[in-house]
Design a protein around this ligand. Structure first.
Ligand SMILES: Nc1nc2c(ncn2[C@@H]2O[C@H](COP(=O)(O)OP(=O)(O)OP(=O)(O)O)[C@@H](O)[C@H]2O)c(=O)[nH]1
Length: 184
């Protein structure tokens, strides 16, 4: 699924397209196509699932390898944020904060522990960080879309629009529930 979401960042409306991958069910060709499509990456594990944490390093290497091959030795790695989700489940925790921080330092990526259940702000921070990093690298200028070569696989992935209406606090109502989504 590709989710389209508009966020207000520093007074600008920024349009995100967020591809939610199937994680461990992906075959290697599919994951390669999807990595080529992305400009930046949130590699998410669950702090309650050691196996998902053990995948992080492999995925980060794969992202860097595929992007450096397709961009013929680009100097910088594409923005990657490492995210430990479900921090609200403290009694089921299998991955410590230190483990997450140490791996992220070793891979030179920003790191957040979040709970998508408890905090919209923490989740938004992940996407804001990716956006700022893309801006820093000069990959995007505000208000522009990058043109992509879209493969047959990517054309088949359904796109849904998040409701981009903002409530009184300026907080987007998007992603609160599937009822907010309007199919393309
Ligand atoms: N307690 C808690 N549960 C969460 C949190 N985030 C997701 N979940 C639950 O975890 C389950 C899996 O969430 P998904 O969003 O399907 O996770 P996914 O990584 O997309 O899973 P795949 O479809 O296997 O790739 C669901 O039951 C969610 O409600 C969180 O921060 N805290």
């Amino acid at each position: 699924m590709i989710y389209r979401h508009t966020a207000a960042i520093e007074g600008e409306f920024i349009h995100f397209e967020i591809l939610d991958t199937a994680g461990q069910e992906e075959d290697s060709l599919q994951i390669e196509e999807k990595i080529k499509w992305g400009d930046s990456f949130a590699v998410v594990y669950s702090v309650t699932d050691r196996c998902s944490f053990d995948e992080v390093m492999r995925l980060c290497f794969l992202i860097n390898h595929i992007h450096s091959a397709s961009k013929k030795g680009a100097a910088e790695q594409p923005p990657i944020v490492i995210v430990g989700n479900k921090k609200d489940l403290q009694y089921d925790r299998m991955v410590s904060t230190d483990d997450g921080e140490n791996l992220s330092k070793a891979l030179k990526c920003p790191f957040y522990e979040i709970s998508t259940r408890d905090s919209y702000e923490e989740t938004a921070m992940v996407f804001n960080t990716l956006y700022y990093e893309l801006m820093r690298q000069g990959s995007l200028s505000p208000g522009t879309f990058k043109k992509r070569n879209v493969s047959k696989l990517m054309e088949k992935i359904p796109k849904i629009y998040a409701n981009s209406a903002l409530n009184a606090n300026g907080r987007s109502l998007s992603f609160n529930s599937f009822r907010d989504y309007i199919p393309e």
